[in-house]
Structures are given as structure tokens and as C-alpha cells.
Design a protein around this ligand. Structure first.
Ligand code: KG4
Ligand code: ZN
Length: 339
């Protein structure tokens, strides 16, 4: 028997719906991005985001069903992002999931957004062996997990201030490069000298698996102030490359530190920042030399999407997890919500 799960994601500025069969096969994965709407404000405006989710959610679900060649009657279960994220945005996806599950009389489950990023790796690399180390690096999160199964994950460390993607976005903003900054910095860094400026690498205490990017962000700000005039295109490329190298260095070191400490030889890197080309290159090189295989999902599964939500939901539904109509959204990641 097969199980077709409708996944729904609306935690930030992407409205997405997907149909995934048995937690493995993506039948459709539709993403309506609001990036263009928010970019003129230099970041996501929560009120605009929730209004746009209301507008997009039903057409996006319809499109996901149509592309998968299924009608609502063929849906066996529903998975929806419960949090963390913008509460007003999350509630749009949750309300759609509740209504559909009620009408269709199918089981449904709310899933944690950060943990569903990890499920993207199960979709793209089905032969992954447990236990593994997972690094979730996105605009809102930088977290390291020990993953023992599709549903058992233990937090090893997380950022104490900015998320890695947030640092990319803020540094791009400091240089007047636009939003979101990750992709722009990635592109400019390819033409810059990454050794030009020795920005700090914050590794915290010798055994810590936490992260901190605010010192790096301040160092970039100070460097720009010291230059004291309009940045030349060479300077912009040098700052982009040197900043990116500092972030990548820290992420690589922490994952290898976690892998050594946990005696694990396999890892996955997921979330929007996992699209970064230098991060992929460095993990490939250093993973090879240290005997740790690091997998990356394709970019479309790294950024926010509902296929990962459907996959995460499938594994939880198979274990008998169910949500009911009392389920509410939550804005922050907390142990008690870790599902
Ligand atoms: O996972 P995601 O789509 O949304 C969140 O859950 O936050 O991640 C978005 C973040 C943004 O901060 C964006 O700047 C960053 O991912 N990002 C990148 C790249 N592409 C997207 N960061 C570095 N390099 C990239 N190529
Ligand atoms: Zn995300």
C-alpha cells in the first residue's frame, strides 16, 4: 500500500504545497516565492507575508494536486509546518491543513520546520546511513543535530545570535547589494580574493558546537567604515569572498568537530545556505580528507519547500503521530516542541 502525503509550508516568505509518495517520491513540489515583494523593504515584512499566504495557499495546493495527477480524494494524509516561523504566516498553512483534513477525514500532523529541512536529505539521498550529523543553515536557523533515525534527532548546538543566512543578508545590506544576500554574495565572492581580509572565525569554547556570527558581522561593518568611502567593485568582491570564507570555515570546522565527537562518518547540510557553492566545495574537499561523507540536497530542496514537510510528516505518521484541531503555531524552536 502506498501513502500520498500533501505537504504544506508557509513559515516565512514561501507558500508551498507538495505531494510526496511514501516519504520518497516527489510527485509535485510547488513554491510561490514572495521574495520580490519583500526585497524593497530589505527583509520579510510579516504582515505582507501572511496576507500573501492567504492569497496563494489554495492556488498553490490546486497546482500541486494538478501537477501530481491527483485529486483531493487521492490524498491519504497531510503534513504542515507548525513552527518555528512567523505565527501569522504559519496559521495560514495550518488552517488550510486542518480544514482539508477535517473535510477529507484523513490523518494529519504538524511538523517542526527545522527538522523538516533535514528530511530534504532523506528525499535526495535515500541510502543515508544512521546515525548522521545534520547541519541546518538557513535565514532563521543555524543548528547542528545528531540524527538517529528519520524521526529521532538531538540538538548538539545552535547559534547564540545571528543565523548564518541572516549574516549573509545583513552583510549584503551593509554593502547595498539587495535582499536576500546569500546568493548575491556567493556570486560576487567567486571573483574576489578570499584571503584579502582576515575576518574573525568565532569558534567559541574548545568543545562548543554552538555558533556566533554577530562578531563577524560587526567586523565587516567596521572594515567598511574604515575604508570610509564608496566601495569599489574590487573591494565589494574582496569583502564578499573574505566574509563568505569566514562563515564557511566556521561551519565546516563545527561539523567536523561534531562528527569526531559523536564518532560519525556521514553528514548532511540543508537549508537555504546549503545552496552556497563555496560551502559545497569546502565540505567536499575537507570531507574527503577527513573521511566524512557530506551530502547536500539539490538547491530546490535546500530552500523552503513543502516536499520536505511531506517527507518529514510521512515518517511521523508512520510512527502513529497525529495532530488534532487544537494544534497551534509556535514562533520559536524549543525542546518541548521537538517532533
Ligand atoms: O531555508 P531558507 O529558504 O529559509 C529559511 O528557513 O530561513 O533560507 C534562506 C536563506 C537566506 O538568508 C539566503 O540569503 C540564504 O538562505 N541563501 C544563501 C544562498 N542561497 C540562499 N546563502 C549563501 N549562499 C547561497 N547561495
Ligand atoms: Zn527554512
Amino acid at each position: 500500500m502506498t501513502m500520498k502525503v500533501l505537504g504544506i509550508e508557509s513559515s516565512c516568505d514561501e507558500t508551498s504545497a507538495a505531494i510526496v509518495m511514501d516519504g520518497r517520491e516527489i510527485l509535485s513540489n510547488i513554491v510561490a516565492s514572495q521574495v520580490a515583494l519583500h526585497s524593497k523593504y530589505g527583509g520579510v515584512v510579516p504582515e505582507i507575508a501572511s496576507r500573501k499566504h492567504v492569497e496563494f495557499i489554495l492556488p498553490v495546493i490546486d497546482e500541486a494536486l494538478a501537477r501530481s495527477g491527483n485529486g483531493l480524494k487521492e490524498i491519504d494524509a497531510i503534513a504542515v509546518t507548525q513552527g518555528p516561523g512567523l505565527v501569522g504566516s504559519l496559521l495560514v498553512g495550518i488552517s488550510a491543513a486542518k480544514s482539508l483534513a477535517y473535510v477529507l477525514k484523513v490523518p494529519w500532523v504538524g511538523v517542526n520546520h527545522i527538522l523538516s529541512h533535514i528530511a530534504a536529505a532523506f528525499l535526495s539521498s535515500p541510502s543515508l546511513k544512521f546515525p548522521l550529523i545534520a547541519l541546518v543553515v538557513s535565514g532563521g536557523h543555524t543548528s547542528l543535530f545528531r540524527v538517529e533515525s528519520q524521526t529521532r534527532m538531538f540538538l548538539l548546538g545552535q547559534t547564540r545570535d545571528d543565523a548564518a543566512g541572516e549574516a549573509f543578508d545583513k552583510v549584503a545590506k551593509l554593502m547595498g547589494l539587495g535582499y536576500p544576500g546569500g546568493q548575491i554574495i556567493d556570486r560576487l565572492a567567486r571573483e574576489g580574493d578570499r584571503k584579502a581580509i582576515p575576518f574573525p572565525r568565532t569558534l567559541l569554547e574548545p568543545h562548543s558546537l554552538d555558533f556566533s556570527f554577530s562578531g563577524l558581522k560587526t567586523a565587516v561593518l567596521q572594515h567598511i567604515k574604515d575604508l570610509g568611502r564608496k566601495l569599489s567593485s574590487i573591494q565589494i568582491r574582496e569583502i564578499a569572498a573574505s566574509f563568505q570564507e569566514a562563515v564557511v570555515d566556521t561551519l565546516v570546522k563545527k561539523v567536523l568537530r561534531a562528527a569526531r565527537r559523536e564518532e560519525i562518518k556521514e553528514g548532511v547540510v540543508v537549508g537555504g545556505v546549503a545552496c552556497n557553492s563555496r560551502l559545497r566545495e569546502r565540505f567536499f574537499e575537507e570531507g574527503n580528507s577527513s573521511g566524512i561523507a557530506v551530502h547536500f540536497p539539490p538547491p530546490a530542496l535546500c530552500t523552503d519547500n513543502a516536499a520536505m514537510v511531506a517527507a518529514a510528516g510521512f515518517h511521523r505518521l508512520m510512527e502513529g503521530q497525529r495532530s488534532d484541531l487544537r494544534l497551534n503555531a509556535y514562533s520559536r524552536f524549543s525542546g518541548s516542541h521537538q517532533r
